[in-house]
Design a binder for this molecule. Structure first.
Ligand code: 3H9
Length: 693
């Protein structure tokens, strides 16, 4: 007996119960007593079979991630599973909640598995930049077949109990009395006396793949096509392939080597940082566990345009009814037609059933009068981004919304405090900045106004989980965290082109860095006319961008912008006419064009962004540097293998960044390059954002 492992008996069956809250992770404090308990039971003739189960909310959710990067104390997880496999009497894993990573690997060390109907099983290590390192890549394909194993290990996505049963991963599924069912199975196996076969000995599903490796390779190519510079997905696939081509022991040895390579590498460190950063972001100053969230049974969204529609979809996808308000029936019809079309695409791809689509559409209703919003618990406006318009909407909401309703603005730049002041209930007002497409992008910036109540924040943090968003609470400033840093990244866009770069050079530097899209391809996607209109209203200019617009080049929507888009294609192609235009503007300013290296492009786009991140921290707009990393990894495609801009800056070295910013500041005199005090202080003290701010 230990604090994490206890053994009880059900007649001739030993039941080993693991209790290591919160998620029964396999840290040393669990591995050691579990190893000891299994060793004793292996040699105890009175225990004729063993059931392994977990207390609390879940089966083992994996190895203890906090131990990675430190010396591992014996027994290791592979040792533990080997001990389990050496037991010559029936062993049964009783699985509820989630059996993930090392948890599923341990269950695969048992002869049998019984799952609760709501259980989920998977090997999510790839999401931490790893591969399953305790035999998972060798045992899973022996049970579910190598093709299915590749899909599971490379995506990291778990499967439900019913699917696991159909695939042979679990032997039985039950909707209640999990442990009793597992004990009954163990007794049955003892009574039958049938020969016990370990997972490692099963070969049947590998034979077919062995005869047609090309088919497996095609699955691997498809599963890894979106790896985008990440090592882990490729290594995961290679290791599963090894299960087909190598004997078990050799496959396991190779898996071990792969694991050590990945766990000591930079990408996994970055992805593990993001794992904990995401959980950290949910902990908000002043919003303790004692703050009770308000119930959200009904949501209203104002505006059925691209953002409003996407926001409405997010809530109905989470099972929450949504009323959409528009100016007239036509606008509602158009918005709902787009939503329906989006769901049709998911149905045609097989990711959504017709039934689920109908259910989601059934949760949507449309209205054209503010009076019909009186019963909504949360109202989110997604109307035109102009202060006067927002204030008008909030004034109207103040008149109709019930007491206690949360009034949220989807503004991406504007002052939430000013919006709140147009109501008599500023404590109920908050910013909810969704990212486009709102039904897809995971980030939700929750903008905390000066008077926003703690329970409003608690409610939004909770509801964000229901609609599968990653929430980050940020303060009020122009553009909040994400867009403010994006502006810093784009500040040099014009000058890089004027001095000698072409749009494709800048974009290549950024996509080589790991962004899914470059700056100019993104500008073309968003539409160049928007910025042009804003510049005209502000009386400012941007020579190249303005010239493009004057020629009707508004981006993808007109088939040309910084790039050419042939025949309705979304693929940007370099356009010699743009090169000529840029050269002309440079010449007009007597600028001698020169070669601009990828290194310079990164310095002049990403270092200012890091600098702005430091200012954001100084001003308390973000609570911690890891919150900024979460914003950029989930909202702007910052490569997860680099851990977000601030974590990446730490790895580059803050002193180096300060030095280069100072260089560019003296060259250009621009404020974006003037190193922030926090950045300079950390660099001078040899500290990092992650450890020091
Ligand atoms: C692995 O297994 C490697 C092996 O193949 C080979 C080894 C040799 N370790 O997410 P939550 C903490 S790699 C340590 O808010 P939920 C988490 O930080 C692992 N801590 O709960 C949080 O702490 P705090 C493969 C962990 O109900 C608290 O638990 N497994 C671990 O929303 C609650 O977490 C995975 O990648 C861990 N493994 O979701 C699974 N897991 O309260 C990772 C969680 O201080 N875990 N914590 O902020 C998950 O996906 C989710 O936590 C889970 C529960 C779905 C289980």
């Amino acid at each position: 007996m230990s604090s994490t492992v206890s053994v009880t008996r059900s007649d001739n069956i030993a039941v080993v119960t693991i209790d290591n809250p919160p998620v029964n992770a396999l840290g040393y404090n669990l591995r050691k007593p579990l190893h000891d308990a299994l060793g004793e039971l292996r040699d105890d003739a009175t225990a004729e079979a063993i059931v392994v189960t977990c207390a609390g909310r879940t089966f083992i959710a994996g190895a203890d991630i906090t131990e990675f990067g430190k010396p591992m104390q014996a027994p290791s997880l592979p040792d533990l599973i080997e001990m389990l496999e050496s037991i010559k009497k029936p062993t049964v894993a009783a699985i509820h909640g989630t059996a993930l990573g090392g948890g599923l690997e341990l269950a695969l060390g048992c002869h049998f598995r019984v799952a609760d109907a709501g259980a989920k099983l998977g090997l999510p290590e790839v999401k931490l930049g790893l591969l399953p390192g305790a035999g998972g890549t060798q045992r899973l394909p022996r049970i579910v077949g190598p093709e299915k194993a590749v899909r599971m290990v490379v995506s990291g996505n778990p499967i439900g109990a019913a699917e696991a049963h159909a695939d042979g991963l679990v032997d039985a599924v039950c909707s209640e009395d999990l442990v009793d069912n597992a004990v009954a199975l163990a007794k049955e196996k003892v009574a039958s006396g049938a020969a016990l076969v370990q997972v490692r000995e099963r070969d049947q599903k590998l034979v077919e793949a062995r005869n047609d490796l090309a088919a497996l390779d095609a699955v691997i190519a498809d599963a890894t096509k979106k790896a985008r510079g990440l090592e882990a997905p490729l290594i995961c696939a290679q290791s599963v392939r090894n299960a087909v081509t190598l004997p078990f022991e050799e496959g396991v040895a190779a898996e071990r080597e792969f694991f050590i390579k990945l766990v000591t590498g930079e990408q996994s460190a970055a992805q593990r940082h993001l794992f904990f950063a995401e959980r950290q972001a949910a902990k908000v100053d002043g919003v303790g566990k004692d703050v009770k969230p308000r119930p959200i049974r009904k949501v209203a969204v104002i505006g059925a345009g691209t953002m409003g529609g996407g926001i409405a979809m997010s809530f109905v996808n989470g099972g929450i009814p949504v009323t959409v308000l528009e100016m007239n029936q036509d606008a509602l019809d158009r918005g709902f037609a787009t939503i329906s079309k989006n769901y049709d695409i998911s149905v045609s791809r097989g990711s959504l059933s017709e039934e689920a689509k109908a259910k989601r559409l059934g949760l949507l209703s449309g209205v054209t009068s503010y009076d019909d919003l009186a019963d909504a618990d949360l109202i989110i406006e997604a109307v035109f981004e102009e202060m006067a318009v927002k204030k008008d909407v909030f004034g109207k909401l103040d008149a109709v919304a019930k007491p206690g309703a949360i009034l949220a603005s989807n503004t991406s730049y504007l002052d939430v405090d000013e919006i709140a002041a147009s109501t008599k209930r500023p404590g109920d007002v908050v910013g909810t900045h969704f990212f486009s497409p709102a039904n897809v992008m995971r980030l939700l910036e929750i903008v905390r106004g000066k008077q926003t109540s703690a329970d409003v924040l608690a409610t939004l943090l909770g509801i964000a989980r229901v609609i599968r968003k990653v929430p980050v609470v940020v303060g009020v400033c122009h553009g909040f965290v994400g867009n403010r840093m994006l502006s810093a990244r784009s500040a040099e866009a014009e000058d890089l082109l004027l001095e000698g770069a072409l749009p494709q050079d800048v974009d290549k530097a950024l996509t080589d860095f790991g962004f899914p899209m470059g700056q100019y391809a993104m500008a073309d996607l968003a539409g160049l006319d928007i910025g042009w209109r804003t510049r005209k209203s502000l009386g400012t200019t941007a020579a190249i961008a303005d010239s493009l617009c004057e020629e009707g080049r508004y981006g993808q929507k007109t088939g040309k912008g910084y790039y050419l888009y042939k025949d309705g294609s979304r693929k940007p192609e370099a356009d010699p006419k743009v090169e000529t235009l840029i050269e002309k503007v440079s010449a007009g300013r007597n600028l001698a064009r020169r070669e601009i290296t990828a290194e310079e492009i990164i310095e002049r786009t990403l270092y200012p962004m890091v600098n702005e991140g430091a200012r954001i921290l100084e001003e308390d707009i973000a609570a911690r540097s890891s919150d900024i990393d979460i914003v950029w990894a989930n909202g702007y495609g910052f490569p997860i293998g680099k851990g977000g801009p601030m974590f990446w800056a730490d790895s580059v070295g803050l002193a180096k960044i300060v030095g280069r910013l100072e260089h560019w500041h003296s060259e250009t005199g621009k404020d974006v390059y003037k190193p922030a005090k926090l950045l300079k202080d950390l660099a001078a003290a040899g500290k990092t954002f992650t450890a020091g701010a």
